[in-house]
Design a protein around this ligand. Structure first.
Ligand SMILES: Nc1nc2c(ncn2[C@@H]2O[C@H](COP(=O)(O)OP(=O)(O)OP(=O)(O)O)[C@@H](O)[C@H]2O)c(=O)[nH]1
Length: 379
C-alpha cells in the first residue's frame, strides 16, 4: 500500500450536521440520543454542557464536535443545535439567522479559496446535512414548514424527520409520512435531499459523488474522492445502520465501474425515498437529564428508549422508528454524497451568486460614477 492510500485511510473525515425545526419538537433530545449511539474516541468529549442536565429550550445556536469512529473510519463529527422556530411574525427573522449561519460557513470557504497561499489544513465548516423536524400532531406540513423548507433547500441538503414518533400509531405514522411526501414532492416540489429537480434526471444526487476524484477529508471541503468508496450508499437496510465498528478498509473498495456506482446510488436513493420522512424517537430522561434505565423484559438487555404502561420503545429498533436507519444514512451510507452535493451544488451556487452580486455592485458603482462625472461636466 502506497503512502497516499495510507494517508487517506488514516485521514479524519469531517462531517457537519444541523438540526432545525419548530420549538419543542425534540431537536436537542434527538442530539442527545444520537450522541449516546456514537463510539467516541475521546470519552471526555461527551462532557459537553449542552448534553448535561435536564433538556431545556435552546436559546442560541451552539455546536459540538466529537471524534468518533464509525465502521473503522475516523470522523470529526460536528452537530449544530439551533433555537426552535416559532410559527409567528418572528419566523422570518429566525429563518434568516439559520440561513445566515449556513452562508457564513460558505463565506469561510470562499475566503480560504481566495487566498494566494491556501491553508491545506483548513477545516470544512460547511453544513453537509440538515435535519428538519416536523410536528407529529399535524396532518402533514404546515405553511410555515413549507416556507422554511423552501428556503433551507436553497442552501443545504435537507432531510425531513417526523419528531416524537412514539406519539403515533402505525397507521397515523404511515399517513403522516404519505402526506408529507405528497406535500414535499408532488404539491410543492421542494428539493429536499434525494429528490431531483427534474425527476426524469436519475443522477441529480448521485452525479456529484460519481465525478469526484480524490479524498473528501481535507481542504476546505473541496471533495476529491471517487464516488465509489465507503461513503457511497450501500444499503438502507436496518442492520447496516446499527452502530458497527469493524475496521473495513474502504479505501480499496472502489473496484466497481462508474455506471454500476450510479445505478447503485439510484437504488439506494429510491429506497431512501420510500422511507423519508424518517420517523424518530428520542430516549426518555429522568429529572437529572440522564437516560431512564430501561430493560427489555424479553432479552434482559438494557436499551435506550421510552417506557409506557403498554410497552417499551427502543429507539434503535427499526420496528419502532427510523432512528437507526437515519443514523446509518448520515454517518455512513450517504455521508460522501452529502459532502459532494454541499460543495458541488450548494457552495458553487452561493459562490456564483456572490460573484455576480459583486460584479453587479461594481458595475453599479461605475454607472453612478459616470453619471456624477457627466453631471459635473454639464454644470
Ligand atoms: N414523547 C416524546 N417526547 C420527546 C421526544 N423527544 C423529546 N421529547 C420531549 O419534548 C420536549 C422538548 O424537547 P427538546 O429536545 O427540548 O425540544 P427542542 O426541539 O430542542 O426544543 P427548542 O429548544 O425549544 O427548539 C422535552 O420534554 C422532551 O423530553 C420523543 O421522541 N418522544
Amino acid at each position: 500500500m502506497g503512502p497516499r492510500i495510507r494517508s487517506r485511510k488514516n485521514a479524519i473525515i469531517q462531517l457537519n450536521l444541523m438540526v432545525v425545526g419548530m420549538t419543542g419538537l425534540g431537536k436537542t433530545s434527538f442530539i442527545r440520543t444520537f450522541c449516546e449511539t456514537l463510539v467516541t474516541r475521546k470519552i471526555e468529549q461527551k462532557q459537553i454542557p449542552a448534553l448535561q442536565g435536564p433538556v431545556g429550550k435552546t436559546i442560541d445556536s451552539y455546536s459540538m464536535t466529537f471524534d468518533i469512529e464509525e465502521e473503522g473510519e475516523k470522523i470529526a463529527l460536528t452537530i449544530v443545535d439551533t433555537p426552535g422556530l416559532t410559527d409567528d411574525f418572528n419566523l422570518d427573522k429566525q429563518l434568516y439567522e439559520v440561513l445566515h449561519y449556513l452562508e457564513y460557513q460558505f463565506d469561510i470557504t470562499l475566503a480560504e479559496e481566495s487566498k494566494v497561499k491556501r491553508n491545506p489544513k483548513a477545516l470544512d465548516n460547511q453544513i453537509h446535512a440538515c435535519l428538519y423536524f416536523i410536528d407529529p400532531s399535524k396532518k402533514g406540513l404546515t405553511l410555515s414548514d413549507i416556507r422554511v423548507l423552501k428556503k433551507l433547500t436553497t442552501r443545504v441538503n435537507v432531510i425531513p424527520v417526523v419528531a416524537k414518533a412514539d406519539q403515533l400509531t402505525i397507521s397515523q405514522r404511515n399517513s403522516i409520512k404519505k402526506a408529507i411526501f405528497h406535500d414535499i414532492f408532488e404539491q410543492h416540489k421542494i428539493r429536499i435531499y434525494g429528490f431531483p429537480e427534474d425527476d426524469s434526471d436519475p443522477s441529480s444526487t448521485s452525479a456529484a459523488a460519481k465525478d469526484e476524484s480524490d479524498s473528501d477529508d481535507d481542504l476546505v471541503g473541496r471533495p476529491r474522492t471517487s464516488g465509489t468508496d465507503a461513503t457511497r450508499p450501500r444499503t438502507s437496510g436496518t442492520d447496516a445502520t446499527r452502530p458497527r465498528t469493524s475496521g473495513t478498509d474502504y479505501t480499496n473498495a472502489d473496484a466497481d465501474s462508474d455506471d454500476e456506482d450510479a445505478a447503485s446510488d439510484m437504488d439506494d436513493i429510491t429506497v431512501l425515498r420510500k422511507i423519508m420522512p424518517f420517523s424518530v424517537i428520542s430516549y426518555e430522561e429522568d429529572p437529572e437529564g440522564l437516560p431512564v434505565e430501561i430493560v427489555d423484559p424479553a432479552t434482559g438487555e438494557r436499551l435506550k428508549g421510552r417506557q409506557y404502561p403498554w410497552g417499551i420503545v427502543d429507539v434503535l429498533d427499526p420496528n419502532h422508528c427510523d432512528f437507526a436507519t437515519l443514523r446509518g444514512v448520515l454517518l455512513t451510507t450517504h455521508r460522501k454524497i452529502f459532502k459532494d452535493i454541499t460543495f458541488e451544488k450548494y457552495y458553487e451556487q452561493y459562490r456564483t451568486e456572490k460573484l455576480l452580486a459583486r460584479k453587479a455592485s461594481r458595475l453599479m458603482r461605475e454607472d453612478v460614477k459616470k453619471k456624477i462625472l457627466d453631471d459635473l461636466r454639464d454644470l
